[in-house]
Design a protein around this ligand. Sequence first.
Ligand code: FAD
Length: 296
Amino acid sequence: MHIKDLFSNQKPVVSVEVFPPKPESPLDTVISTIEAVKDLNPDFISVTYGAGGSSRAYTVEIADMVKNQYGIETLAHLTCVGTGKDEIDDMLAQLRSKNIENILALRGDMPQDENTGKFDYTYAKDLITYIRSDSSFCIGAACYPEGHIDCDSLDLDLKHLQQKVSSGADFLITQLFFDNELFYSFKERLDALGIHCPVSAGIMPVINKKQIERITNLCGATISPRLKKIMETYADKPEALKKAGVAYATEQIIDLLSSGVDGIHLYAMNRPEVAQKIFADIKDVRGSCEHEHQLQ
Ligand code: FAD
């Protein structure tokens, strides 16, 4: 099923992101994350591509498992960086052969070294245009409530986002953010620009101080003062930080759900117990939002 149809049929669409392990590692953690959330009925599970050095070869394999073994809709990520036209064509053919209908088309993070192979598409919009020429795929794209780290301003980044949407993106998923006001004001700006496709809010539970500092340094997301206080207070108490981080993310999600968000995308970091706890905590709230929507 096309994810754009999930957004039109029901609201909110709740999804989970998993990432493949490094090439030499087994798929165990990914499988346990999928196992942990499958009974909680995520609307789809997305599978990253090459993010943080994970194996690209596993992306189709995991997406295939999610869709064809577990019967859950899936979204396969694909990047311009490190992927030439031939590899893109090969990926598209593999996805088609597994009946995987949804692709998150991304540029990818620019390599630190020169040895990442050639890539034939410069920006995500170029990859989207190419994939769109085969209209059987539903295409998602990334967006950034605080602007993308490589871009000089949020205004300019929004112009680039407009190009991605007019090139054929059907829906958007945001970068992680820790202050919902950033998301609400971003949504207002999208409306003002006439960008009306569904936007899923990307939420990452903080369970490890060093990890979140590394990620926010890379992507430029701001750690809110309230979250900073939590991270500092529980820096040396991993269990307490995990509980507080999960509670913070749950609170963010409940606020977003009660504000009528199109979707929630959980960056679960292959931590099955975290995904499970959050899904269990939002179960009733999510259910009543779906009910409200059906009554409208
Ligand atoms: P683009 O939309 O191409 O934008 C990249 C930069 O170029 C921005 O600064 C933009 O403003 C600028 N730009 C765009 N168009 C133009 C133009 N015409 N002229 C000048 N500048 C322009 N990375 C992975 O490697 N694998 C993954 O699986 C992965 N999954 C992700 C999932 C989500 C939901 C998100 C939010 C990010 C993900 N990333 C992933 C990270 C992503 O690849 C990086 O953030 C990357 O740096 C930008 O990707 P993009 O698709 O947004 O790029």
